[in-house]
Design a binder for this molecule. Sequence first.
Ligand SMILES: NC(=O)c1ccc[n+]([C@@H]2O[C@H](COP(=O)([O-])OP(=O)(O)OC[C@H]3O[C@@H](n4cnc5c(N)ncnc54)[C@H](O)[C@@H]3O)[C@@H](O)[C@H]2O)c1
Length: 242
Amino acid sequence: MRHVVITGAAQGIGRGLAAHFVGQGDRVASLDLTEGPADALATDPNFRALCCDVTEPASIEAALASLEWSHVDVLINCASIFSTLSMQPFWEIPPSEWRRVIDVNLNGVFFVTVAALPYLKASTAGRVIHFSSAVVPMGRPHYLHYVSSKAGIVGMTRAMARELGQFSVTVNAILPGATVTEVERETVSPEQMQAMIAARALARTQQIDDLTGVVAFLASDASRFMTGQSLIVDGGLVFNGA
Ligand SMILES: NC(=O)c1ccc[n+]([C@@H]2O[C@H](COP(=O)([O-])OP(=O)(O)OC[C@H]3O[C@@H](n4cnc5c(N)ncnc54)[C@H](O)[C@@H]3O)[C@@H](O)[C@H]2O)c1
């Protein structure tokens, strides 16, 4: 039974991943602004929903301490300002919105990982999995704050991996393509979604389950000698330059 902390698990991909790990018999803690829906996951004894703001280190530390776990085996940084964003040319992004997106999506990942570090070091094989996005290699226009924050995660992944190797903690990132969740959002119009699907090597809708196996691999012993890597999981829409 692993101890898994997932930020942003009140909804969307984070919640889907939480359900996956609970289904595997792991103990999962969600760190999110809200507890999430009162669904079957919420009442599972192996699931804890803790309210916390990833931009507030004291709030994260209190949430982790309240778990009374001696260690954390897997940290998944999924929390993000994402589904609430609207598209706009970058010169129209208000400074307050720019700052908040960077604060949650980049600073928040730093704060959570620092707070979780004592627990990850106490694991025999700590795993950190960051959620970046395939919009980074794509250079998707009209939400530059989001793209910039997710590009920062790629650099953070490489440098964190080098610093945490001495503690046998691996750090990797996943760059998902546009993934359908239960949450409606304005960032991808139906027309844009159809165009993206048509441009994929695997020309179909991307579901949360299409990410679960990759996350499970990165959380497992099978990926023990892999760290600092960023994996694009988007059905073959964009490719790493090589
Ligand atoms: N769904 C996609 O198409 C897609 C594509 C590429 C990358 N991603 C990334 O995957 C991750 C999950 O995406 P999603 O679709 O589930 O996003 P989502 O917007 O549905 O969920 C994000 C979660 O983060 C939480 N959150 C926001 N601010 C927070 C804060 N300050 N403190 C704590 N929690 C906070 C929200 O409450 C929400 O539960 C995100 O990092 C997103 O950027 C998603």
